[in-house]
Design a protein. Sequence first.
Length: 307
Amino acid sequence: MKLERKGLYVSRARQRTVRWGERGDVATSILEAIAVPWYFTMIGADDIHRTLLGEQDLIDATLSEFLHQKRSDCSLPLGRGELPMFVDALSEFLVGGKRLQPALCLHGWRAAGATGAPSVSVLRVAAALELFHAFALIQDDIMDHSHTRRGRPVVHRQLAIGHAGHPAAGELGVAAALLLSDLAFGWFHELVRSAPMAPATAEATWSLLDRMRTDTMVGQYLDLRAARTWPVDLGGAVEIGLLKTAKYTVEYPLRVGAQLADADADVHRACTAFAIPLGEAFQLRDDLLGVFGNPDLHRQIRPRRPA
């Protein structure tokens, strides 16, 4: 049942089991449950699901092309013979990701009035968000002392296994993972810079990305500071969720996509009004899975974060 109201509708969530390990289900299940902006008034959750899956292929192709070029750089001189290890490790880490931020970026682009297939420029910026996400997750797993992600050993443990003959394999694995995350962060910038944009669009887009980076780092610090702090500060937990999830996972990707279509202030405000409750819902669901979920299916259970 849909209730039309000022360009918004509320869709009653279907009573079904969500298979969180499958791509697209996270975004689809949340979008079914809450109010969404005018862009979604003409399509249902099944349409959103199909669109997310189709555009993940476009994002994957963009990432594959970029990383293939990085692998080609391995043939260059000056000690780049070790670069394949990093390219392979990052490529493997990206397998199984939901591509949620890139998909929301593309939806933000359309919400601002863009039509047709996304351009190379839009795809590159959207795909770059996945590299930023990889950077953040790799470092987050180190700080959380996590063991698994997406059903596999975390990156720093995989790299330690790969250096099993080294006398300090564990320390080297952590250090190498930090370097890999730095590469992912640098390549995020590189991929955005490779996207053709008008000067004004580029300036506004970079401004949003700079704020996204700052908010994410502050949110991570607050998360670390709150580790195992009792009693749990509800306001602090909400602030962490706002900075690390609502804004980073949903608001900024939507607004970056909208900016690529040169959205005006009203569209940006609408994206924010939509994104914050969506991100909060995502964080609440994620916290429940983090505490009560099966780590083999969902993620490493992490007791330190105040949920």
